[in-house]
Design a protein. Structure first.
Length: 209
């Protein structure tokens, strides 16, 4: 047996892991991260496997080995970007200081967050004109983000029947404010508008019993 090619995953009879597949998987994840960083920096316009291969420092053939087509790679990059936009570490595990909405906004208005939100907005515009993998990824992301905020609101005492609509309202408002902030650069005005919106929700919280 090739030394290191296979390794036991546990006690006798447990499933074995092919070490080469594990290395390939790690390499694939590295390439996906590199492609995602390229798209965050340059956007999706004019994107091709050859461009991404140069950016990742590998050959076109190497990229095709891990991603069968441009469409597959772009779909995975889009999913990765959407996971970063309007998301915040610890949102589900525990209530961040200031509540889940402020945690989301803080993340969305940092430099890394703004890069993801900017591309999210561009991807969303593209998805409105298609039914392909990009549109599916956007819809899936919006549903997941809404579910995260909904869970945070329920933990803070929001009634179950109101949490979904409030989460939808909150994320829609945040997306609109994020577009305004990115287009105008007027962070003070937009941040004040966001804070006013959140305080309105906090006032409503007192009616949750």
């Amino acid at each position: 047996m090739d030394d290191g090619a296979r390794e036991d995953a546990g006690p006798a009879g447990a499933q074995r892991v092919d070490g080469r597949r594990l290395r390939y998987r790690h390499r694939r994840e590295e390439l996906l991260r590199a492609a995602t960083e390229h798209v965050l920096e340059h956007g999706l316009e004019g994107l091709s496997l050859r461009v991404l291969a140069r950016s990742a420092g590998v050959s076109h053939a190497a990229l095709l080995h891990h991603f069968a087509s441009r469409e597959q790679l772009v779909a995975e990059v889009v999913a990765e970007v959407l996971d970063r936009a309007f998301s915040a570490p610890g949102l589900v595990a525990g209530d961040p200081p200031g509540g889940p909405l402020r945690a989301l906004w803080r993340h969305a208005t940092t430099d890394p967050g703004q890069r993801a939100v900017r591309l999210f907005i561009a991807i969303t515009g593209t998805a409105l004109y298609g039914e392909g993998e990009t549109a599916l990824a956007v819809r899936r992301s919006v549903r997941e983000r809404t579910a995260l905020v909904r869970e945070g609101l329920v933990r803070e005492g929001c009634p179950e029947e109101a949490a979904g609509p409030l989460a939808t309202l909150a994320l829609s408002t945040m997306r609109g404010l994020a577009v305004d902030r990115l287009l105008t650069g007027d962070a003070e005005r937009v941040d004040a508008a966001f804070e006013l919106f959140v305080r309105g929700l906090e006032a409503q919280r007192r009616t949750w019993g």
